[in-house]
Ligand binder design. Structure first.
Ligand SMILES: Cc1cc2nc3c(=O)[nH]c(=O)nc-3n(C[C@H](O)[C@H](O)[C@H](O)COP(=O)(O)OP(=O)(O)OC[C@H]3O[C@@H](n4cnc5c(N)ncnc54)[C@H](O)[C@@H]3O)c2cc1C
Length: 146
């Protein structure tokens, strides 16, 4: 079981910058995201789209923004649990929170931040019989740039 100071559900831009702010307060962070990589909507849906409303950047590609955020938080050495969905939160006897994922991973922290954006991203899978049989066997579901 992983123990951390601050557990963040959602590794989108909000979750990533939370690591920076918490790091300034000397809090260790662990992020969990159902996606296989950090970056939320910016990385998963539109990494090549320019965004124009980031302070200090007249224009920046969404994917580059995520790269910058990851570089910015690297000194604080956050932990990541990726490709797993946060499913259950229980209060422990000593007043902490125990979060369990859909894969049974347990992470404990006195504080949980929910930075879940619009919710879990999950692939819309094709209607193929017994598709679940191929999960975790090398089959990847991706959104492809046109
Ligand atoms: C096509 C498009 C273009 C956009 N263009 C712009 C723009 O130009 N400028 C702008 O400012 N904004 C833009 N946005 C909006 C912007 O992407 C969002 O406001 C931003 O991503 C929100 O960040 P977030 O970290 O709150 O949430 P998200 O980016 O949604 O990240 C949340 C993360 O939480 C994870 N999560 C949620 N629930 C769970 C759970 N139970 N367990 C594990 N993981 C979980 C999700 O998988 C996700 O990765 C655009 C959005 C889209 C779709």
């Amino acid at each position: 079981m992983t123990q951390t100071d601050l557990l963040i559900v959602g590794a989108g831009p909000v979750g990533l910058f939370t690591v920076f702010e918490a790091g300034l307060l000397k809090l260790r962070c662990h992020l969990i995201d159902t996606l296989p990589q950090p970056g939320g909507q910016c990385r998963e849906i539109y990494p090549k789209k320019p965004i124009y409303d980031i302070p200090g950047f007249p224009s920046i590609l969404a994917g580059d923004l995520i790269d910058n955020l990851l570089e910015q938080i690297a000194p604080f050495k956050p932990g990541f649990t990726l490709g797993e969905r946060a499913e259950r939160i229980q209060k422990t006897a000593d007043g902490q929170f125990l979060l369990t994922t859909n894969r049974g991973t347990e992470i404990q922290a006195p504080v949980i931040v929910i930075a879940g954006g619009l919710g879990c991203f999950e692939p819309r899978k094709p209607p193929i019989e017994n598709l679940a049989r191929f999960d975790d066997t090398g089959v990847e579901h991706i959104i492809k740039d046109p």
